[in-house]
Design a binder for this molecule. Structure first.
Ligand code: ADP
Length: 156
């Protein structure tokens, strides 16, 4: 059986920190679904369609990666994707406390889905979408924090 994992997040925007987690998760799983969670009560900086298109362009030539968006429970989305694993990244104890609770809830909601945590690489552990958004908002140079598709003309 193929090992399929869902990497859920807002990816608003995807950063080199997320990218590194995906690269490492590729060693562990046959297929990874990068899934943009839609939370009606959350305000996003980049529209959903833009985030989906960016991820699709970024991973266009990578057969191990699928891009999708979902609303509702992550464990339910995993079932529809036939995935038994959720991948999350950990940067700090703050991430840990937050992620631990989500993982424990998810386990109670569906014990057959295992959450796998990958420690952030030290060079990326300060990188967050929220700070990258602040840099973008103020016209700073955020390019170096955002992974680039080979052909960046494809970006919409
Ligand atoms: P969410 O809105 O669900 O927190 P994010 O897009 O901010 O979504 O993050 C998705 C996942 O990626 C989370 O598990 C988060 O901890 C992880 N992550 C974010 N930035 C980094 C980073 N620099 N290094 C490792 N993991 C990261």
């Amino acid at each position: 059986m193929k090992r399929r994992a869902v990497f859920p997040g807002s990816f608003d925007p995807i950063t080199i920190g997320h990218f590194n987690i995906v690269e490492r998760a590729k060693q562990l799983f046959d297929q990874i679904v990068i899934a943009i969670g839609i939370n009606e009560s959350k305000k996003y900086y980049h529209p959903l369609e833009e985030r989906v298109n960016y991820l699709k362009a970024l991973y266009k030539n990578d057969p191990q990666i699928e891009i999708n968006a979902y609303s509702g429970l992550t464990v339910d989305f995993c079932k529809t994707e036939d995935a038994n694993f959720i991948v999350r990244g950990l940067r700090s104890t703050t991430d840990f406390e937050y992620e631990k609770n989500i993982a424990l809830f998810n386990r109670q909601l569906n014990p057959s889905i295992e959450t796998i945590f990958l420690m952030s690489a030290p060079e990326y552990s300060h990188i967050s979408s929220s700070i990258v958004r602040e840099i973008l908002k103020h016209g700073g140079d955020a390019e170096r924090f955002i992974p680039k598709p080979l052909n960046s003309k494809e970006l919409g």
